[in-house]
Design a protein around this ligand. Structure first.
Ligand SMILES: Nc1ncnc2c1ncn2[C@@H]1O[C@H](COP(=O)(O)OP(=O)(O)O)[C@@H](O)[C@H]1O
Ligand SMILES: Nc1ccn([C@H]2C[C@H](O)[C@@H](COP(=O)(O)OP(=O)(O)O)O2)c(=O)n1
Length: 258
């Protein structure tokens, strides 16, 4: 009951999704985990939030969890090379994050009460430090456990985005997507997002070099079996949303076992 139409637009040919009212697989209450992985700047966060709004699902930004651990380690003055101390910080972290696609909020509880770290975790100093935390396997073990618990607590109705969601955290997701874009597009988008404040070298470090480090512990450059690839290099934001929604509807409309 899903229509996928090819339409020519000013930007080229794109796949657009035409929702069919009352489409059974998207009924409210039925589990629907949409797992989205991809490299830095491919559009995971912005696309996942909009897809969650359209499908009335909760939203989990797993990258924000790794960033919050990095923030806490720096706050405590820990040496990020001390794996045991970093793992202990992750296991002890009292973290609260919004799972609404409309509210961006990350809070960390410390000895002096809750600190709102929503903006702080996006600072370049955290982007520079976060791979040291994300490549710590003890940290990953703890955050993966928490991420699975969050998905379960939301009745498995959630868009979850990161680097290892399709392959580890939610291998059993109803829909698994690898969102990619060319390196050139990703650097351009991240540069614009940061308001042109970063040099080409800084952007390369924050996007390409960080992905190379993160690739050592998570596989997000090639789609695993059963994972759909959406390449957004030549799509604008709205076209990317249409393409992702098209994949969701095609996946949930498939007969069982197909
Ligand atoms: N298809 C697209 N076309 C143009 N810009 C996009 C597209 N997808 C995302 N963006 C923009 O690119 C920037 C980076 O996207 P973001 O969602 O932060 O990526 P990620 O979470 O993968 O690092 C944002 O400013 C976002 O609005
Ligand atoms: N599931 C995840 C999510 C993020 N990470 C790591 C990889 C990244 O360097 C950091 C921050 O992720 P985030 O998605 O915020 O990164 P972007 O700057 O949006 O590309 O965490 C991870 O290892 N596994």
């Amino acid at each position: 009951m899903t229509e996928l139409n090819s339409q020519s637009t000013a930007q080229g040919t794109s796949v657009r999704y035409t929702p069919v009212p009352g489409t059974e697989p998207l009924r409210l209450g039925r589990p629907l985990v949409v797992a989205i992985d991809g490299p830095s700047g491919s559009g995971k966060s912005s696309v996942s939030k909009e897809v969650a709004r359209r499908l009335r699902l909760a939203y989990l930004d797993t990258g924000a969890m790794y960033r919050a651990v990095a923030w806490d380690c720096l706050e405590q003055g820990l040496d990020l090379a001390d794996g045991a101390a970093v793992e202990a910080a992750a296991r002890g972290l009292d973290l609260e994050l919004s799972t609404s696609p409309d509210v961006e909020r990350v809070l960390v509880r410390g000895p002096h009460g809750m600190t709102d770290v929503t903006a702080a975790i996006r600072e370049p100093r955290i982007s520079a430090a976060v791979s040291a935390v994300a490549t710590n396997l003890g940290v990953r073990d703890e955050l993966i456990r928490r991420q699975r618990a969050i998905v379960a607590a939301h009745g498995r109705r959630m868009v979850v985005e990161g680097r290892d969601i399709t392959t580890v955290v939610a291998r059993d997701a109803e829909v698994r997507i690898l969102l990619t874009a060319s390196e050139e597009a990703r650097l351009r988008r991240r540069g614009a997002q940061l308001g042109g404040t970063q040099s080409a070298e800084q952007l390369h470090e924050q996007v390409v070099a960080r992905d190379a480090k993160d690739s050592t512990v998570a596989s997000f450059t090639q789609a695993a079996d059963g994972v759909f690839t959406v390449d957004s290099s030549d799509l604008d934001f709205d076209q990317t949303i249409d393409a992702v929604l098209g994949v969701v509807h095609a996946a949930v409309s498939r007969p069982a076992g197909a």
